[in-house]
Design a protein around this ligand. Structure first.
Ligand SMILES: Nc1ncnc2c1ncn2[C@@H]1O[C@H](COP(=O)(O)OS(=O)(=O)O)[C@@H](OP(=O)(O)O)[C@H]1O
Ligand SMILES: Nc1ncnc2c1ncn2[C@@H]1O[C@H](COP(=O)(O)OP(=O)(O)O)[C@@H](O)[C@H]1O
Length: 202
């Protein structure tokens, strides 16, 4: 719900098309979603390295990092998670307007919230990447020891344990990190971006 009234949009002279032309690649939001420990951060870091080497202008937004600043007033209730995703969607949209390929790594457990982000971006500007990994594998990785805490009841409402994760119904890309190596997953995404002409200005 918007509280702002009497506000009028002011256009810039530089359009997104101008930025495409200068950057020589398109902008988009690569939206990684998956359980904690599925590999969203690891994969987005590795992919960003590859894209950077290819001369693509990128930026990475990561759940843990953004919750240190912009979203430090949000917790993990369903409402706060939705607001977290709404804000990141808006930041992603600004970054797309700025001509960047943005990589976001948030659990984003609700399909409705992810669809809402999709709806504010232009067609083909939202690329949903399901980082698929079964709960057992995520839990055995437990890179931050959070599953252990959740099982011990020290964290309430932990995704996959006592809070839901809704699998994407129609993602652009699925990577299976319990079956594929990190390098394979990176390559699947690079191939998608090349095939769909995101990395060149056509
Ligand atoms: N209750 C609960 N459930 C899930 N995750 C939790 C929780 N409490 C803290 N953490 C840590 O916060 C990271 C998830 O933040 P996100 O912003 O990605 O979550 S969400 O999209 O709003 O659901 C998540 O990071 P990742 O492990 O990288 O996914 C955890 O480190
Ligand atoms: N194929 C893989 N892809 C990504 N991560 C993997 C893979 N195999 C093992 N891992 C490990 O799984 C963990 C994933 O943690 P992280 O990237 O923080 O996940 P998330 O951001 O989804 O919580 C890391 O310790 C990473 O080294």
């Amino acid at each position: 719900m918007s509280k702002s009234t009497n506000i009028i949009w002011h256009e810039s002279n530089i359009t997104k098309a101008d930025r495409y032309k200068q950057n020589n690649h398109k902008s988009a939001v690569l939206w990684f979603t998956g359980l904690s420990g599925s590999g969203k951060s690891t994969l987005s870091v590795a992919l960003e390295n590859e894209l950077f080497q290819l001369g693509i202008h990128t930026y990475r937004l990561d759940g843990d990092n953004v919750r240190h600043g912009l979203n430090k007033n949000l917790g993990f209730s369903p409402e706060d998670r939705s607001e977290n995703i709404r804000r990141i969607g808006e930041v992603g949209k600004l970054m797309s307007d700025a001509g960047l390929l943005t990589l976001t790594a948030f659990i984003s457990p609700y399909q409705e919230d992810r669809d809402q982000v999709r709806s504010i971006l232009e067609k083909d500007e939202f690329i949903e990447i399901y980082v698929k990994c079964n709960l057992e594998a995520c839990e055995s990785r437990d890179p931050k020891g959070l599953y252990k805490k959740a099982r011990a009841g020290e964290i309430k409402g932990f995704t996959g344990i006592d809070a839901p994760y809704e699998e994407p119904t129609n993602p652009e890309i699925i990577v299976e990190t319990d079956n594929q190596s990190l390098e394979e997953s990176v390559q699947v995404i690079i191939n998608y971006l090349k095939e769909k002409n995101y990395l060149v200005n056509d």
